[in-house]
Design a protein around this ligand. Structure first.
Ligand SMILES: [Zn+2]
Length: 474
């Protein structure tokens, strides 16, 4: 069983080898370096953005599940045309403006149960690394200046377009180029650094004052954090050209080494079959959907149900179906922890083993989470049959609960929203004692009654040879 990932750069499914050198055991790899293009914090992120962010989270969780260590970053673009325009419109500083939307963004990540990553670099805190790239590109003769702005010369670089495979003539004709209001020699060239303008924040550099172009921000943050080739770069498919193509050109030109070993791109999200747009009335932020009464949990679930390399058609009906699917999981967990007739034999071991094997095999094939969710529902169906047939032992229930926890370390939607239960330990211990006394005096009716009371309180009991244990039902 090895993890294979589709690499946009080579257009093939490749074995995942962090660091580029195969090791005997997953534990032997150095932490996997992953950089994910994050949000530009000028407004609320929409549900299409969150498809990519939820995918990044699943990717992270799956690597952890497989035993990899992680060193992941997601940047915050806090200076660009949109953030500057927004700050000027609201009459606040750029920092105040982006601070507000950065805060909102982190709240949304939390609502969607997205794990924290190791680094959240800000563009405005990485100017020194941008200057380093500018100087290196300049020393290679690939940089030129026009009216105070600095451009990257694609014709002199000569190795442009490997990721997107965009035809150079197509770019040259202007059909696809990096829209930019500034003057440049060649329509393909892109701005590395923009001349300072009135009412815009600017930073001093050896080349004069100005502000960064968007593409250089990611290259600079990656260099600052990792200082070498990274393992994986992720983002939405819309970033392949020109953003990621430009990142590769400027980083590889500056440092003369491979920029990223693997490129993973998440397909578009459509709403009701068409591209999301405010004018079409199918534009949703996370908060729009929560206001309509949908749970962040069902949104997370739905965003994970399509393979990341396929378009996902997001509909409100789809969200309702997601809620029903989650209800199936919840009902199963209640049934599981409510079993009263225990088998003396363990009958779940092989079902658990088959699930773990099949789940890993499925997801190992290009991060097929949708397939993995299907395998999980088959698992629940099989366990429901074992419950129907009274074939689960106490040990089985323990093992199943542990397996659910493990599966949820990847899914993040099984136990999401389950409130932390406040428990009165003294009272529970007293009830457990009373139940033991009832059993000792053969008053089984009373013992069962107490057990049911505890279940209603969210407490499950385990009768072991060392006495009765209790725990909070997840
Ligand atoms: Zn980026």
């Amino acid at each position: 069983m090895t993890l294979k990932i589709y690499n946009t750069m080579t257009r093939t499914l490749e074995e995942f080898i962090p660091g580029g050198v195969k090791r005997d055991k997953i534990e032997d790899y150095a932490p996997v370096s992953i950089y994910s293009c994050g949000p530009t914090v000028y407004s609320y992120a929409h549900i299409g953005n969150f498809r990519t962010f939820v995918f990044n989270d699943f990717f992270r969780r799956y690597l952890e599940f497989r035993g990899y260590k992680l060193n992941q970053s997601m940047n915050i673009t806090d200076v660009d045309d949109k953030t500057i325009a927004g700050a000027n419109r609201d009459g606040v500083t750029l920092g105040e403006y982006t601070g507000k939307y950065t805060g909102i963004f982190f709240e949304d990540l939390k609502s969607l149960n997205i794990e924290e990553v190791e680094h959240y670099p800000r563009a405005t805190e990485s100017i020194d690394s941008m200057i380093d790239i500018l100087e290196k590109i300049n020393s290679k003769g690939l940089l030129y200046e026009k009216e105070g702005s600095l451009y990257f010369s694609i014709s002199k670089y000569g190795d442009y377009g490997r990721l997107s495979r965009v035809d150079a003539r197509e770019i040259k004709s202007g059909a696809r180029y990096d829209a930019d209001e500034y003057e440049k020699d060649d329509v393909r060239d892109f701005a590395l650094w923009k001349a300072s303008k009135k009412d815009e924040p600017s930073w001093e550099t050896p080349f004069g004052s100005g502000r960064p172009g968007w593409h250089i921000e990611c290259s600079a943050m990656i260099r600052k954090i990792y200082n070498s080739t990274i393992d994986v770069h992720t983002g939405g498919v819309d970033l392949i050209f020109p953003h990621h193509e430009n990142e590769i050109a400027q980083s590889e030109a500056a440092y003369g080494e491979k920029f990223s070993r693997y490129w993973i791109h998440v397909e578009h999200l459509l709403v009701n079959g068409s591209k999301m747009s405010k004018s079409a009335g199918n534009f949703y932020t996370l908060r729009d959907l929560i206001e309509k009464g949908f749970s962040a949990r069902s949104i997370r679930f739905l965003l994970l149900t399509a393979h990341y390399r396929k378009q996902l058609n997001f509909t409100l009906d789809g969200l309702k179906q997601a809620e029903q699917a989650l209800e199936r999981i919840d009902n199963f967990i209640v049934r599981l922890n409510d079993v009263k007739n225990f088998s003396c034999e363990n009958n779940a071991d092989s079902v658990i083993e088959n699930f773990m094997e099949s789940f890993t095999d499925t997801v190992d094939a290009d991060l097929n989470i949708s397939g993995g969710i299907g395998v999980f529902f088959d698992f629940i169906t099989k366990l429901n049959s074992l419950i129907d047939e009274n074939r689960l032992s106490l040990n089985d229930i323990d093992s199943i609960n542990s397996t659910l926890e493990l599966a949820d370390s990847v899914f993040g939607f099984i136990y999401m929203d389950k409130q932390e239960l406040q428990v009165d330990e003294e009272m529970i211990n007293a009830l457990v004692q009373e139940r033991n006394d009832a059993k000792a005096s053969k008053n089984f009716a009373r013992a069962d009654e107490i057990r049911d009371t505890l279940i209603d309180m969210g407490i499950v009991l385990e009768d072991t040879k060392d006495g009765t244990r209790w725990k909070i039902k997840k």
